[in-house]
Design a protein around this ligand. Structure first.
Ligand SMILES: Cc1cc2nc3c(=O)[nH]c(=O)nc-3n(C[C@H](O)[C@H](O)[C@H](O)COP(=O)(O)O)c2cc1C
Length: 281
């Protein structure tokens, strides 16, 4: 059984799927992952549904716009949540945890953020009034060969690249970078956070380590373009994903800690404070 830290290192977005159906024993494991309770650090619960593509007509599929980059997928995983404070962070946290478990089963996935509030996916998932379905992901075996569209898309989003430590991790204030060799026992947790997927690979997470109090403060650098497009919530999901990578790794390394929103968090221009990780029991 591989650890979720390994799955973090292995996971990549898969947009081209093989036509091999999901094996029965893997499908059972998948169902048991999905049917567990999924509660995020802020207390919001996400429900997951496995949808088979049979419900969607080729016409519906064409209307899905950018999701046309997905080829060959027969199954989709939909995440459903009710609105609430920090619901999108919890959603990102829970869905990424599921995605990592699915990766460990040998299956491919790809976060797709968009409007699934109405239309074929919402109907198939039985979405109720007032519920939100901000993303879905295909699930299946990756095909041996990627389509040209997928290759172009990865290149365009710079998907194989991540920002360096010096761009995203700081110590004591934002004018001091936190070098990888100074991160001590948290080096791997931060490195795994750095590998997290994010919408358009924008990597909006910034972390400030307060060495005096032994606390990691998490911030988001909001994209103005996303604000204008009314899709800022995707970056809250990104933050939840980053929190899951960080916490999963810390727990696997048996580093105790907990999430807390603190009232006197440091302030920085252009950054919005989200949450802090308090080291210790
Ligand atoms: C919240 C969110 C929404 C995303 N939406 C899309 C999408 O609509 N279409 C798509 O092809 N990829 C989408 N992605 C995938 C990102 O482009 C991808 O994670 C990023 O480029 C890094 O590549 P990697 O996942 O292979 O590491 C999304 C990712 C996240 C986290």
């Amino acid at each position: 059984m591989q650890t979720l830290s390994n799955a973090i290192k292995k996971r990549v977005s898969c947009r081209t799927y093989s036509d091999k159906p999901i094996e029965e024993n893997i499908r059972k494991k998948l169902q048991s992952i999905l049917s567990a309770t999924h509660e995020g650090p802020f207390g919001n619960k996400t429900n997951f549904k496995l949808l088979s593509l049979d419900f969607i007509t080729p016409d519906d599929w064409k209307k899905m716009g950018t999701y046309g980059v997905i080829k060959g997928a027969r199954n989709f995983l939909a995440g459903i949540i009710s609105p609430g404070p920090m619901a999108m962070e919890d959603y990102g946290y829970c869905m990424e945890t599921v995605i990592l478990k699915v990766t460990a089963l040998g299956l491919g996935t790809c976060w797709l953020g968009g409007t699934f509030q109405s239309g074929a996916f919402a109907r198939a998932a039985g979405l109720q009034k007032g519920e939100l379905m901000p993303t879905i992901t295909p699930v299946g075996y990756p095909a041996d060969e990627k389509t040209l569209t997928e290759k172009i898309m990865r290149r365009f989003a710079g998907s194989d690249q991540r920002k360096s430590w010096s761009n995203i991790f700081f110590i004591d204030d934002f004018s001091h970078i936190l070098p990888e060799n100074s991160a001590g026992r948290y080096r791997e947790a931060l490195e795994n956070l750095r590998l997290a997927p994010s919408a358009s690979n924008k990597q909006p997470w910034r972390v400030l380590y307060d060495s005096k109090n032994n606390v990691f403060h998490f911030f988001v650098e909001r994209s103005r373009q996303y604000k204008m497009l009314g899709i800022s919530h995707l970056q809250d999901i990104d933050l939840g994903i980053a929190m899951s990578h960080f916490e999963i790794t810390a727990r696997e390394l048996t580093l105790p800690g907990k999430w807390e929103v603190i009232t006197d968090a440091p302030k920085e221009n252009n950054l919005e404070y989200i949450v802090s990780w308090l080291n210790g029991n």
